[in-house]
Design a protein around this ligand. Structure first.
Ligand code: FEO
Ligand code: CA
Ligand code: CA
Length: 715
């Protein structure tokens, strides 16, 4: 994410018990267990034992765990990527790399135009995934789909000495169009050459951009409803653009999922905010980049700038853009194989600041499950369960052309959205966001939200309010998730939460009540022995497992706590070789035999760790960890040597986006918002581990990490 575009308000005004206090009771319960409760008493404590028992039974049947065969790196604070000895790291497709032959070749003094930017790799690489082109060569030649989350205006407009009227006054139309085109998604074919070096395939027919202006379809419960009728789409079935796409996901049928995170800030409403827009934190004076100020200038076409001002103007919604924001906040599906296909916003998966969207364990004849998180302070974790049952013949068939988006409609437009409640005993509940679900006072969710009894679209538009009313657990900013495809266990990062205070000062929130309180009063996050800091700056990673016999129940535990090695709250016993804070990117890299590597990426703003190292990639083999349930987390002082630092990014960056090729010989990561990197300001590919001699125009880029001997990465 981008500390630059994070919304630092606490936008959850509900009085649900925050995760910090659930965690406090959870950890202290473990302390009690350490004190020698009998097994019978431990059993009475409920679900946590269930998760441990299931793991213990599985590990009994396991072979020797994988071993990470590299030395954990010491921290680094340089303008270069650092990887272990015996590895290389190369830069691939930095921002501005042309996708076809029609535009100019990148040069560090080049001034981007709307047209060149629309045909070049976008800015600030984030989540990404690979899509093979056929049965062969899947590890050497594939389509890379990646998010371009946001922009660095200083770097974008360096030849002009910076952006024009960035903070006040009217923005020039050409700058706004260019900035809009630097956001979104890039699809680009990449290929490994005989010498092991990776290049992109200039002019490949699959190469394309989706930007914050590209026409897209709405699907699912909200599509065609009154909530999304605009001057652009009177029938509420279309919108333009996808914004601030942070993490990603993928589907078993071969499509890419891109998720809309910090999108509210590109809009502005100078009138009365909708309740849902207030809940999500819409600006009331000026959008993040002032795009709306270019309205009416320089041949504006089809309200391309006016649509960012959602203040009601006309008599009814089809006269203005009051509903434009309700066409954002979704998981968006893209078919990377079909060059002319449109992106589709799958509204059934909820409307909020989506970090990403990850498929659960896939089983023939069972529903398809997706997990997602709302990355804001004290927001929630969600699960979508499809109505349709998984048919293995729908699995991706690379190289074949067929309608993958029809499969998206089959599995993602009808289903149930749930929100998570984490109980202190290690059990958890999935609460259905259905109009007829009951809230605490006995009303239906629809009644409590003042909606018609069957208004599923309304529940989705008001996802966050619905989750409040159901009693979901506010979390410490959910970021990425990932799933072990064999066990089905889910990992999710909670990156940090600076809005935890010692006292409960929040008045009771009622839907439709005092919206001025949003972002101001919620402070029920008491400190305690397990979480002694008034703000959780270092974050933690959770692990949970569904109870197979009940779609509404799960069991959870803390996998690892972030911390600086010398913190008094270093609950996982981290050392200088693996201290980290603000976990963000996450990927379970299955390596066969039910084993795998969990890769962890960071987006740290915590000085205790930042003074020691730049953002990083860590690796751990979960199955190698002996698991003493008496400890506060799975990674603890007795086993933390298995958590190793694998790579460190250049100064100023966050490390995000991650996957390995199917043969595991190349690990792809993204370096976002570097300060002074890559070293050569003009080269399309180069050594990522070299530091620049002088100041360069920084460019976010993908980095490919490979072993000198061509072997599998990490082992
Ligand atoms: Fe864009 Fe939640 O990080
Ligand atoms: Ca982040
Ligand atoms: Ca992120």
């Amino acid at each position: 994410m981008s500390k630059e575009i994070e919304n630092h308000s606490n936008l959850n005004p509900s009085n649900n018990e925050p995760f910090s206090s659930v965690m406090a009771r959870h950890v202290s319960r473990r302390d009690i267990m350490r004190g020698g409760l009998s097994l019978a008493a431990l059993g009475m404590l409920g679900g946590f034992g269930g998760l441990n028992m299931a793991r213990a039974q599985e590990s009994g049947a396991q072979k020797t765990p994988l071993a990470l065969a590299f030395e954990s790196l010491r921290g680094s604070r340089t303008d270069a990527v650092v990887v272990p000895e015996g590895y290389t790291a190369q830069v691939l497709i930095p921002w501005g790399t042309p996708l076809d032959e029609k535009g100019p070749t990148w040069h560090h003094e080049q001034e981007m135009t709307a047209e060149t930017q629309a045909r070049s790799v976008g800015m600030h690489h984030d989540g990404m995934h690979a899509f093979p082109l056929g049965k062969d060569n899947a590890s050497r030649d594939f389509l890379l789909a990646l998010n371009n989350e946001y922009i660095d205006q200083k770097a974008l407009w360096a030849p002009r000495g910076g952006p024009t009227n960035a903070d006040a006054g009217q923005r020039p139309a050409d700058e706004v169009r260019t900035e809009i085109n630097a956001h979104g998604v890039t699809i680009v074919r990449v290929r490994k050459q005989e010498d092991g070096h990776w290049v992109h395939v200039l002019g490949d027919a699959h190469n394309r951009r989706f930007t914050s202006a590209t026409p897209m379809d709405l699907a699912g419960p909200v599509a065609g409803s009154d909530y999304v009728r605009t001057r652009y789409s009177a029938d509420g079935t279309r919108t333009r653009g996808t914004n601030n796409n942070c993490a990603n996901g993928f589907t078993p049928w071969g499509t890419y999922l891109t998720c809309e995170e910090n999108w509210p800030e590109v809009f502005v409403n100078r009138g009365e905010l909708n309740i849902d827009d207030a809940r999500l934190g819409l600006p009331t004076e000026r959008g993040r980049y002032g795009w709306e100020t270019a309205a009416g200038t320089d041949g504006e076409r089809e309200d391309e700038f006016a649509r960012f001002d959602v203040t009601p103007q006309g008599e009814e919604p089809r006269n203005d853009y009051r509903n434009e924001t309700r066409t954002f906040g979704y998981v968006v599906e893209i078919d990377p194989y079909a060059g002319q296909s449109r992106a589709v916003k799958r509204t059934a998966l909820g409307r909020f600041r989506h970090e990403g969207c990850w498929p659960g364990k896939l089983t023939a004849g069972e529903p398809v499950v997706f997990y997602s998180g709302h990355d804001s302070r004290n927001e929630y974790i969600y699960k979508f369960v499809s109505d349709a049952k998984w048919d293995p013949t729908d699995a991706n068939r690379p190289g074949e052309g067929y309608d993958r988006l029809a499969l998206g409609a089959k599995y993602m437009d009808q289903g149930t959205l749930y929100v998570a409640r984490f109980n202190a005993d290690g059990s958890g509940e999935w609460l259905p966001l259905e109009p007829d679900a009951r809230v605490a006072d006995g009303r239906t969710l629809a009644q409590a939200l003042s909606l018609a009894e069957d208004d599923r679209a309304g529940v989705i538009v008001h996802t966050c309010d619905a989750a409040d009313l159901l009693g979901a657990t506010p979390m410490d900013r959910p970021e990425w998730g990932t799933v072990d495809p064999v066990s089905g266990e889910v990992y999710m990062t909670l990156t940090n939460n600076a809005d935890r205070t010692a006292e409960n000062t929040q008045p009771t929130y009622t839907h439709g009540g005092d919206i001025d309180a949003a972002g101001a009063g919620y402070a029920t996050a008491p400190t305690n022995a397990a979480n002694p800091r008034a703000d959780n700056e270092s974050g933690q990673i959770l692990r949970w497992r569904e109870r197979g016999d009940d779609v509404t129940r799960f069991d959870w535990e803390v996998f690892v706590f972030g911390a600086a090695a010398d913190d008094t709250t270093n609950l996982s016993g981290l050392t200088e070789h693996n201290q980290f804070a603000s976990p963000d990117g996450l990927w379970y890299d299955a390596r066969g035999d039910g084993q795998g590597i969990l890769w962890i990426e960071t987006d740290n703003g915590y000085d205790g760790v930042a003074e020691q190292t730049n953002d990083q990639v860590l690796a751990v083999v979960p199955n190698a960890l002996s698991h003493d349930s008496g400890q506060a987390s799975v990674v603890d002082a007795g086993n933390q040597q298995h958590l190793k630092r694998f790579a460190v990014g250049p100064n100023g960056c966050e490390v995000t986006g991650i996957f390995a090729t199917p043969d595991k010989t190349a690990l792809f990561i993204n370096i976002q918002h570097p300060g002074n990197w890559p070293a050569n300001p003009d080269a399309a590919t180069q050594d990522a581990t070299r530091a620049a001699a002088d100041n360069v125009r920084p460019r976010a880029a993908t980095v490919v990490i490979q072993k000198d001997d061509g072997g599998q990465v990490g082992v």
